[in-house]
Design a protein around this ligand. Structure first.
Ligand SMILES: Cc1cc2nc3c(=O)[nH]c(=O)nc-3n(C[C@H](O)[C@H](O)[C@H](O)COP(=O)(O)O)c2cc1C
Length: 140
């Protein structure tokens, strides 16, 4: 099966509460499980950083949905590329926000604040991978 990963960041339209973020995750996980999407989501400073991986047509459709979602705006695709295997195979959508500072440092980010706009594709992937390593694979 052909697989791609897409990494993007976006800005919350208005500050979201944790229950509102959990509501996004609930829908994301149930849709993603159905359509074979896996990935990782984090946020800080009212910005999201997300990786989604799956077949090209499914990722394209999800991207169009994301663009229309009023809860965030300014959706910036950092990269989209083919992958041989999933990085986040255990997660229909992993979510992690703790220890952002440590993850940023290990990912080699230039800023010690969460600022996905200043991060390269490799740093963004490294940050999300570092966070995934700290999760237990319970959210399949
Ligand atoms: C930051 C963010 C991340 C999201 N991630 C996903 C996702 O991984 N999968 C998904 O299906 N929807 C995700 N959504 C929700 C979509 O934008 C959209 O609301 C949803 O796909 C619509 O699904 P529905 O047609 O079943 O209501 C996300 C929304 C936001 C704001």
């Amino acid at each position: 099966m052909k697989l791609v990963e897409m990494i993007y960041w976006s800005r919350m339209t208005a500050p979201l509460s944790m229950p509102e973020i959990v509501a996004i995750l609930d829908v994301a996980r149930s849709n993603n499980a159905r359509f074979g999407v896996t990935g990782m989501l984090t946020f800080g400073a009212e910005m999201f950083l997300q990786s989604i991986e799956g077949s090209p047509d499914v990722i394209d459709r999800l991207y169009r949905n994301l663009l229309k979602d009023p809860r965030h705006t300014d959706v910036n695709v950092i990269g989209i590329r083919p992958i041989a295997e999933r990085r986040f195979a255990a997660w229909s959508m992993g979510f992690y926000t703790h220890g952002l500072d440590g993850s940023l440092a290990r990912a080699g980010a230039r800023s010690d604040r969460f600022d996905p706009a200043s991060m390269t594709l490799e740093q963004s992937v490294a940050l999300l991978t570092d966070m995934a390593r700290q999760l237990e694979p319970t959210h399949v």
